[in-house]
Design a protein around this ligand. Structure first.
Ligand SMILES: [Zn+2]
Length: 427
């Protein structure tokens, strides 16, 4: 196995300079295929409030409302309801090879063509991530660093799942899956290796910062703690100086406030996806100050509200309080105009589960929920990509449904057609 890996690595070294050269060279004259032009007729297109008749063309995979001179194919959408393809703002289902292949199929089938993977080091996905971002596959934005304490989440989960699989993995080995940092000196030492990954996005993890000293004294919390909150701001300062966006995993309302104070660009969870042992729903109620700060700075909050269903089934006595707290926090964030991005944090599920769960909380009209799940989430998570909207020059990626999602939202589970960059992928 080792020698095979070495051979593959050596081959990669031999091949890479050639491939880089080929990419840099201009294509030979006349080699470029003409951009395919497809007409899409008979559809009802989502305009942010409802579904309206329109006609769009896809030329070279981009939308235009102007009829091109030549049309290569015409697709009759037969009165179907069309949404821009969906975006998963928070998941971990494409961070390793086994899950990557499975999750690509799962997401593509639901018309989820873009996904943000929140905790991944480039070396862990090197073997397969090159297959992504191609026709028929999901385009992924990885949070290229995942910073937590050396005794922090996700260490506990990594050790527990290794034990479950009957493997003996030391804490030291398990720490290779993320970026453990405990002090400012360590941050200084590790920072160049993080920069070398050329990240667009990095994440750090705060967990129950308000009771940190008690947790440090309690061996039961080993592996489930977070980063020393004093490191939040130094990380954000370094990242922003390098043009890197920062997302914070916040568990409690206190974590949310620390993340905001540190100046993060995004918060990865709406606090209250669980009620931790020894805490109550009130520990997850966001402060007015933090909400106002998020609104002022345009800090994006990723919902991950459906993640609470795991805690609700484990601790049903908390379910009602948890749900009420989610409704209260979301209602206040929405009223303050804080940007919300829709993501599930569910490796077995998807952002479709999140959309349906949020609909069940009834905190906003359905059309607004669909607009937030498409245009708003696209803008928040993939600001450089022209996706999530029907507009001139936007990527011609969309999903067709047989019934009006505003009438029956669970039709999101059964797309009739999926179109990726102008190519029809079928149901
Ligand atoms: Zn997560």
């Amino acid at each position: 196995m080792r020698s095979l890996a070495a051979a593959v690595a050596a081959l990669a070294l031999l091949v890479t300079p050639l491939a880089a050269h080929q990419l840099a060279a201009p294509p030979p004259a006349g080699a470029e295929a003409p951009a395919l032009a497809v007409a899409f007729e008979g559809g009802l297109w989502f305009d942010g409030t409802g579904f309206v008749p329109a006609r769009y063309y896809a030329v070279g995979g981009r939308f235009t409302a102007r009829r091109p001179e030549r049309i290569d194919a015409t697709v009759n959408l037969r009165g179907r309801y069309l949404l821009p393809s969906l975006i998963e703002a928070h998941n971990h289902d494409m961070q390793n090879g086994f899950f990557g292949a499975r999750s690509n199929a799962k997401n593509m089938a639901l018309g989820i063509f873009h996904s943000v993977q929140m905790c991944s080091k480039p070396e862990d996905r090197a073997a397969f991530s090159g297959f992504l971002g191609q026709p028929g596959t999901v385009e992924v934005l990885y949070a290229d660093a995942c910073i937590s304490g050396s005794d922090g989440h996700p260490l506990g989960i990594a050790l527990a799942s290794a034990r479950q699989a009957g493997m003996e993995v030391s804490a030291e080995e398990a720490r290779r899956g993320y970026d453990p940092i405990d002090t400012l000196e360590e941050l200084e030492r590790v920072w160049p290796t993080i920069l070398a990954r050329e990240p667009k996005l990095i994440k750090f993890i705060l967990i129950n910062s308000q009771r940190r000293s008690a947790d440090l004294a309690d061996p039961a919390t080993f592996g489930f703690r977070g980063l020393d909150p004093a490191l939040a701001r130094p990380i954000v300062e370094r990242a922003h100086a390098a043009g890197i966006r920062v997302v914070a995993h916040a568990d409690s309302a206190a974590d949310f406030e620390i993340a905001l104070e540190a100046g993060v660009d995004m918060v990865a969870h709406l606090p209250g996806y669980r009620i931790a042992e020894g805490m109550s729903a009130a520990d997850y109620r966001l402060s007015d100050r933090a909400i106002a700060q998020a609104a002022r700075r345009g800090t994006v909050v990723i919902t991950t509200a459906v993640a609470a269903t795991h805690d609700m089934s484990r601790r049903p006595h908390n379910a009602e309080a948890l749900r009420a707290m989610q409704i209260e926090n979301l209602t206040r964030l929405r009223a303050a105009g804080v940007p919300l991005a829709i993501g599930s944090d569910d490796v077995m599920g998807s952002v479709v589960d999140e959309i349906l769960y949020l609909d069940g909380l009834a905190v906003m009209p359905r059309a607004e929920l669909l607009r937030r799940a498409t245009a708003d989430t696209a803008r928040a998570m993939f600001p450089e990509r022209p996706i999530g909207r029907f507009a001139e020059g936007a990527e011609a990626s969309f999903v067709a449904y047989d019934v009006d999602p505003l009438e029956r939202l669970d039709v999101l589970r059964t797309p009739a057609l999926r179109i990726q960059r102008g190519a029809v992928l079928g149901p």
